[in-house]
Design a binder for this molecule. Sequence first.
Ligand code: FAD
Length: 516
Amino acid sequence: MKSERIGIIGGGLGGLASACVLAARGYDVVLFEKSPWLGGKAAELREAGFRFDMGPTILTIPGVLRKIFEEAGRRLEDYLDLVKLDPQWRCFFTDNSVLDLVENVDAMSRRLDEYAPGSAAGYRDFQALSNKLHTISDKYFFWKSIGSIMDMMDMKASFSPSLLADVMRMRPGRSVSSTVRKYVPDSRVAQMLDHFTQYVGSSPEASPAVLCGIAHMQTAEGIWYPMGGTRAVPEALVKLATELGIEFHAGVGIHKIITNPVGDTVVGVMTDSGEQIDLGAIVSNSDTVRTHRELINGAAPRAVKKFANRRGYEPACSGVVLYLGLKKRYEHLLHHDFVFSHNPEEEFDAIYRKGEPAQDPTCYLCAPASTEPGVAPPGGEALYVLVHTPFLRPHHDWSKMFPEYRRVILDKLKTTGQMPDIEERIVFESKLTPQDIHDRYRVLNGAIYGLASHGKWLGAFKPSNRSPDLKGLYFAGGSAHPGPGMPMVLMSGWIAADCLDQDEAVSKSCEVSITA
Ligand SMILES: Cc1cc2nc3c(=O)[nH]c(=O)nc-3n(C[C@H](O)[C@H](O)[C@H](O)COP(=O)(O)OP(=O)(O)OC[C@H]3O[C@@H](n4cnc5c(N)ncnc54)[C@H](O)[C@@H]3O)c2cc1C
């Protein structure tokens, strides 16, 4: 008899979101996670009196998370204490100037009038464009399973002058960096605006202009800090999932997806220890490329071949993270800071084209003690430093590369970051290299953010959430539509669950009626 259980492979934010939505809609859900913790990259490090978020630290578009809790008739506020951060980022440039990005567009324009005369009007116009691109993304791209331009627009049903106008507004064939510079001539302000593409681990020169919409997503809903750290997000989802009766198997890796004999429908999984489990449908929160190459291959070679031939799959960037426990916090830092490189073209060329770490990198800093003093012993700081690096190449040996690159990063913090005595303040130190990211999270070539968004025409498209090649298989996570970053992977989890529900891939175990 066909199983009516749904199996989720991976307990990252995408997998947890899918599990919650499916359980809220009355399905019987079991989740397998190879690591002993749930939440995937949203992990934490607690040592020597310090608490660090190990992965994501910037939370935007909380509305996506709210929607997942509302599926179960719950209020996000009852599970998470979210604090708004405004100014959003402090930016340090190599000319020793400092610029704060504030949420309100008019207030930011007034700041720019003083900081870079002549940039204010351009910034307002850029935000207006970004608003339009955000609206277009909402209309055609978000909350549904999309894998190509044909999925995005039902050409026959909706071909109209307004559709054509929307397509033209997306500035097809133009990059983020050229669009930013059309509006904002000041090189420092342009470098700041370019950096929204770092949320998706991609080069602003190679990414399509539609990604300029990310700037408005951040001004429209703000940047938030969950008290307890970003780690509080997966913890809240696990709490909801437990209330909804989801069965968790942490520490259980999935070795294989099992299909029917003709290889067109999924019927179960085999765990790393060889146990076979019958399932009616599967949501894979594992990387989409590795799901095909490693979990399906052999069982359904035709499906794997079709997936492989559909497009190129370039990993997004990787990164080095330093977790620095400081005995004394820096008062000149905000919660989120960017210490910028001198030459962004050179930096992005190294990371995204040459495949080598940038010698003058941009460092992202998270200094949460001002918002939540408990992250460090009194007066101290749990300083998190992230530098984007290329995805892993065969010649990258981070056990040898790390000591020298650590020095490059600390030198950058001492100079542009205005922290000359940082080494004297460090009392605890840990790290994450691209190889660690690769091994801990089973990603593609150490990629932090799934697949790169490269390609000025079609770079925004990722594998769709409903497999077109195998019945009963769905994808949630940073390497599936709509892409990486916390809000997008949470949305991908919702879409995968919604597709499965619409397809009636399995029967519900109970009927639910939710009253919010
Ligand atoms: C250093 C760093 C900084 C970041 N900063 C930000 C930020 O500030 N803001 C932001 O929005 N995003 C940020 N991100 C990106 C964000 O963390 C990710 O996009 C998101 O958490 C990915 O969620 P996911 O569900 O796709 O995958 P993951 O978190 O990778 O979860 C997938 C899970 O699947 C498990 N798995 C894989 N294969 C198997 C298998 N075969 N069997 C069982 N389990 C399996 C893995 O162990 C993992 O736990 C950052 C990421 C990193 C690493």
